[in-house]
Design a protein around this ligand. Structure first.
Ligand SMILES: *[C@@H]1O[C@H](CO)[C@@H](O)[C@H](O)[C@H]1NC(C)=O
Length: 762
């Protein structure tokens, strides 16, 4: 008996140790509340930076500023006992019938609305999620401005409580999202919005981990009213400097609060300032009566503050300090991201923006306010490679989720959509790798290999996995593989599907489309030939089609709707689509060459007819040109290979307004596709060279000649460029001069050369 007991204890102790070991370290189960009560702001004697894989994290997450305790108690009064979760406070049934649609309550006359809130509403209205019909809606957004809930602010909307409760669709806030940038007021800046939000979700800046309801609320970044509505600026990083150090190590320039909440950290910054590579500047000059509170340091600080130009510092520093202000979030965060200056946050208890999906350890250093004095030595010790990586992630996150109000709003909505369509949600990997979650739609697939972007990642994984397979060990344990088995075989798809768009009737066997069909079907890489019959006439009889080695599948387009050539037909089985106009003149080898090149660039359009855009400064608008120059920014989809996923994006991601413009004119669909692909990939298409003079041959074709020669057709294309640039908020097309030529493509020249050694000796 005794022995058995001892044995049992031993085994359980062993098991416990093993468990602890496996689950990444020992964690003391202290609740957040007890933590914040216990160490309430006093310096933890043993507190240290914890380092994991070169990233510095605070010793304990979720600690709260002691001054917040008072606010917290007050907040508790209005918050229900159990915090909301999607399961308890959200009605999923509203999303079942029509999908994820968002309704905006009517704006009330005479109600003031800030520019930022106006922008948020416009972003929703311009998105594919918007519905004007409340009975179709899954999620609701207020037409009343809730962004600034500081009673002292000019933007503050009074009597929100009654106004909100009188809304017919309010329903205790169920399925509502409430946007907020500022809450509370002097002196304690609580997170209370001053009205009962009921069961609504909060999309709030400066939200504390304490009040944040995980997987229900969304932490958004603080953005200024100048933040662009659409488009947005690119990140500052253009080249990687190696070694990656900039002139300054760490900088900050901002207000100093002499008293009150949030003043401690900024008041202490001068200790760390060294006037060499660590430049931390504060000014007391803000607010009406700063003179009254002025302390001994103010004059010196203010003088130092004026010596430096903020932009010069921001863009010339490796790290940027982001200390809390009155509230937890600060404008400095987004500014640093854009400038490729790695943010070092000093804002204990701040739930970082979009923390639900973004892995901030890859792009920021999360500091601890209590350890300010250690910040310089900590950032100094971060390895060069890590700095490069952090810097690149700042740029990725900035451009993917933050650089416009559109992106911030869409990211918020997509996060909620992921929760609603649980089985079709993005993995963290999709959110945290290029091109980001907004371009990788999980309704298309949740399997990475189905997208054009992750081949390289899969290739890496595959090599690890195949070495496992060789050893007969099955799948490596550390891959969470969606299909539960190891992936094998080619990563990029080995074949393509030709999709030929036909708009004129078949009248003679000598029509170019007949030759095209035969040439394409002959390719060893061609898996399927699909004809989108868009000519408005009934289908020709079977015998009128050419005899091809592959069966031709004919789909009747919807009544000459030109966008139907880009529908994501289920019948397309391959990743690669060879898009063809009926008058394209291509030989079998030309088709195969384009496809072979595409396999190396699956995220781009690869093909023959190139066009370019330019800025017409006289007319102050974008121009379109088909002039033959060395420069191009579009490859027309009339003879090009691209990934099937772009059919899906074109159909679901673009708003109905753009697609209907295209359909009404029966023009510009190819330009729109180029805008779309470049806006996702941030890259130009790829032109492959053709022996024949493609343009001239095309012009000679009777069927299409009329269309291309038509000046209206050309004028329409100019207009399209400008309409599209307007919707995208920027010009996504990228110029290129690269041509890939079949001569010497991927040939091992050095080996071939050895065959003719004597030549080199001549
Ligand atoms: C970086 O510093 C240099 C030298 O002081 C300055 O010329 C440059 O304008 C700075 N960069 C920016 C973007 O301000």
């Amino acid at each position: 008996m005794q022995a058995k007991k001892r044995y049992f204890i031993l085994v359980s102790a062993g098991a416990c140790l093993l468990l602890l070991f496996c689950f990444g370290g020992i964690q003391v189960p202290l609740s957040r509340r007890s933590l914040s009560r216990r160490d309430g702001g006093t310096f933890l004697p043993g507190a240290r930076w914890r380092r994991s894989a070169g990233v510095v994290e605070p010793y304990s997450a979720g600690e709260q500023d002691p001054k917040d305790d008072a606010n917290e108690l007050r907040l508790r009064d209005s918050v229900p006992e159990k915090p909301c979760r999607m399961e308890s406070c959200f009605d999923f049934s509203l999303c079942e019938r029509n999908g994820f649609k968002v309704y905006i309550h009517p704006q009330q006359k005479g109600e003031k609305m800030s520019e930022s809130y106006q922008n948020i509403l416009s972003s929703i209205e311009g998105s594919r999620f918007f519905t004007p019909d409340p009975s179709q809606a899954c999620v609701f957004v207020l037409g009343l401005d809730t962004l600034d809930r500081d009673q002292l602010s000019a933007q503050y909307v009074h009597n929100l409580k009654t106004k909100v409760q009188s809304l017919p669709q309010w329903n205790h806030g169920k399925n509502h999202i409430i946007f907020n940038l500022y809450s509370g007021t002097w002196p304690d800046y609580t997170e209370d919005l001053g009205f009962d939000i009921g069961l609504a979700m909060l999309a709030k800046a400066s939200i504390s981990t304490e009040n944040f309801r995980p997987k229900f609320d969304i932490s958004i970044p603080l953005f200024s009213k100048e933040h662009p509505r659409t488009g947005g600026q690119r990140g500052y990083l253009k080249y990687n400097a190696i070694p990656p150090f900039r002139k300054y190590l760490l900088v900050f320039k901002g207000k100093r609060y002499l008293t009150g909440i949030g003043s401690d950290t900024r008041n202490a910054l001068y200790h760390v300032h060294n006037a060499e590579d660590v430049i931390l500047l504060t000014t007391c000059k803000h607010g009406k009566d700063w003179h009254k509170h002025k302390d001994a340091r103010c004059d010196k600080d203010n003088a130092e503050y004026d010596k430096y130009d903020y932009r010069e510092m921001l863009y010339n520093s490796t790290f940027c300090l982001v200390p809390r202000g009155r509230r937890l979030g600060s404008f400095r965060f987004l500014e640093a991201l854009q400038a490729a200056c790695v943010p070092v946050t000093l804002s204990n208890g701040w739930e970082l923006p979009f923390s639900e999906i973004i892995d901030w350890k890859t792009a920021a250093v999360i500091g601890d306010e209590r350890l300010l004095l250690q910040v310089p030595s900590t950032v100094r010790s971060i390895h060069q490679e890590k700095i490069l990586s952090l810097r690149q992630y700042t740029q990725f996150f900035w451009e993917a989720y933050f650089n416009s109000v559109d992106k911030i709003v869409l990211t918020t909505l997509e996060i909620i959509q992921d929760r609603v369509l649980q089985h079709k949600s993005r993995s963290k990997l999709m959110w945290n790798s290029l091109p980001g979650g907004l371009s990788a739609l999980p309704q298309y697939s949740t399997y990475l290999g189905d997208f054009p972007f992750y081949y390289a990642k899969l290739e890496q994984d595959r090599s690890v996995r195949s070495s496992y397979a060789v050893l007969g060990m099955g799948c490596p344990p550390f891959f969470s593989w969606p299909y539960g088995e190891c992936f094998s075989g080619m990563v990029t798809s080995p074949k393509f599907t030709a999709v030929i768009h036909i708009v004129s009737p078949l009248v003679s066997q000598s029509q170019p489309v007949m030759k095209l069909l035969t040439a394409v079907a002959k390719s060893q890489y061609c898996a399927q030939v699909i004809v989108v019959w868009n000519c408005g006439k009934s289908l020709p009889a079977k015998h009128r089609w050419p005899v091809t080695s592959l069966p031709v599948i004919v789909i009747e387009g919807e009544n000459k709707v030109i966008s139907s050539r880009f529908l994501p037909y289920d019948i397309i089985r391959t990743d690669a689509v060879l898009g063809l106009d009926e008058d394209a003149v291509l030989s079998t080898t030309e088709v195969e060459f384009a496809f072979t090149v595409w396999q190396s660039f699956p995220d781009r359009i690869v093909g023959y007819p190139a066009r370019s855009h330019f800025w017409d400064s006289d007319k102050e608008r974008w121009g379109y040109t088909s002039k033959w120059t060395n420069d191009y920014s579009m490859v027309l989809t009339g003879a090009a290979v691209y990934h099937k996923y772009y059919h899906y994006l074109y159909t679901t991601y673009l708003p109905a307004s753009l697609k209907s413009t295209v359909d009404q004119m029966s023009n510009c669909e190819d330009i729109l596709m180029n805008f779309l692909v470049s806006s996702v990939s941030k890259l130009p298409p790829i032109k492959v060279t053709q022996k024949k003079q493609y343009k001239e041959t095309m012009m000679a074709q009777s069927s299409r000649a009329s269309r291309w020669a038509d000046p209206d057709h050309f004028a329409q294309r100019q207009t399209c460029m400008n309409d599209f640039a307007h919707w995208f908020g920027t010009m996504p097309l990228v110029h290129s001069q690269m041509r890939l030529d079949p001569v010497l493509f991927k040939d091992q020249v050095s080996i071939l050369r050895k065959k003719y050694r004597d030549i080199e000796r001549l």
